[in-house]
Design a protein around this ligand. Structure first.
Ligand SMILES: [Zn+2]
Ligand SMILES: [Zn+2]
Length: 387
């Protein structure tokens, strides 16, 4: 189908919900968005009783479906990218771990190789790289390997950015360590610096924002906690409008009430739903590897032998359902935390992030329980079974 119409569903746009609305797709792009019934002659994909949203953009994901970006496997990234369509994800940042320089270089080289040759109709698209570490605090490693923690330097980051051919979009770093300020001053115009795996105080966090830090990584995890006399990273993230925050909405990394507090404080424009998923997503319980460390997956939790949470096995559509349940907000208000905010942050909102004429036809169709029934990637339909 080169040209067709998704009709009869609720279409979520930046201007509001069209109920019913229709979306015309031509040659991989959105060519028309309209209110009411579609009356033309094109083939119709019926979305009645369903929600039509822009495809999800996951800016923090290590892997899933048996694969991990650190494996530096071309076929592995291909399999991961193809599998992500089943959860409605149409773009993502391949996310690296705190590892040796050589291993990070290998992963980056492979990401660039796959990204430059990938089929954008058959798989979620790599929009770049999220470098998680190695410039973090040894006092808040979480599931990162403390052996490979480094201090940040312009030279080290430029090295990785060179290997990645300019594709590093986000770096998770510790704002308080030696070298962090110099890096922010030199590189924060071209890379988003996201504070995480950090023991920065409230004042240090706010100072880092003045020097160019913009995000908080997986809020409430591996950061300085909120205490009423020492509000820490989390208190700063709540109160400083210069900080946009990621959050893993799986109900395990944060209590639902903590998710609601974060969303209430940040609103729907400064909030990014992420998965932070590792390779066990979409797989059965058992033992898996994360950045060279053994992880035990049981039920919906992934932990190191020490008990530390080791990434998630969350899917984006499940995270969106949780966001609605935890906060009580409507989908009309919430949809953009899974797509548009990320597209704006990455500077790709001219092509992606909302259902709008001339943007790429990257769309997800969901039922009322947020199960994915269809994902459309560059105009190509991928159907999935829902109960
Ligand atoms: Zn982390
Ligand atoms: Zn992570």
């Amino acid at each position: 189908m080169v040209e067709y119409v998704i009709a009869n569903g609720k279409v979520y746009t930046e201007e509001g919900v069209l109920d019913p609305g229709y979306v015309k797709i031509s040659e991989g792009k959105i060519s028309e968005v309209g209110q009411g019934e579609y009356k033309g002659n094109l083939e119709v994909v019926d979305a009645s009783g369903r929600h039509v949203l822009p495809g999800f953009i996951d800016i923090h994901i290590h892997g899933g479906y048996g694969e991990d970006a650190m494996d530096a496997s071309y076929d592995g990234l291909k399999h991961l990218s193809e599998s992500l369509l089943s959860e409605g994800t149409t773009s993502y940042l391949a996310t690296t771990m705190t590892q040796s320089k050589e291993n990070i270089d290998r992963a980056l080289t492979n990401i660039v190789k796959y990204k430059s040759s990938q089929n954008k109709e058959e798989a979620a698209e790599i929009a770049g790289v999220h470098l998680e570490g190695p410039f973090i605090s040894e006092h808040k490693v979480g599931a990162q390997n403390p052996k490979y923690v480094q201090r940040p330097s312009v030279e080290a980051i430029e090295h990785f950015q060179h290997t990645a051919e300019g594709n590093i979009k986000i770096i998770t770093f510790a704002a308080e360590v030696e070298g962090a300020q110099a890096v922010l001053e030199k590189l924060s115009d071209e890379i988003i610096f996201s504070m995480g795996h950090t023991v920065a105080t409230f004042d240090e966090v706010n100072e880092a924002v003045e020097h160019g830090a913009k995000h908080a990584t997986h809020l409430y995890n591996a950061g300085t906690p909120f205490e009423h006399r020492h509000p820490g990273l989390f208190g700063a993230a709540w109160t400083n409008d210069g900080i946009h925050t990621e959050l893993i909405a799986d109900g395990i990394h944060s209590h639902p009430a903590a998710v609601k507090i974060a969303y209430t404080m940040k609103g729907n424009q400064r909030f990014y739903l992420i998965t932070d998923a590792m390779r066990a997503k979409g797989m059965s319980d058992g033992e898996y590897d994360l950045g060279g460390q053994n992880v035990i997956v049981k039920g919906s939790e992934a932990r190191l032998a020490s008990g530390a949470l080791a990434g998630s096995i969350l899917k984006m559509n499940d995270g969106l359902r949780n966001m609605l349940n935890f906060t009580g907000a409507s989908l009309e208000e919430m949809w953009r935390v899974a797509s548009l905010n990320q597209a704006i942050a990455l500077g790709i909102d001219q092509q992606k992030g909302s259902i709008q004429k001339e943007k790429d036809a990257d769309i997800v169709v969901l039922d009322n329980e947020m199960n994915v029934s269809t994902t459309i990637k560059n105009g190509k339909l991928h159907d999935f079974k829902t109960q």
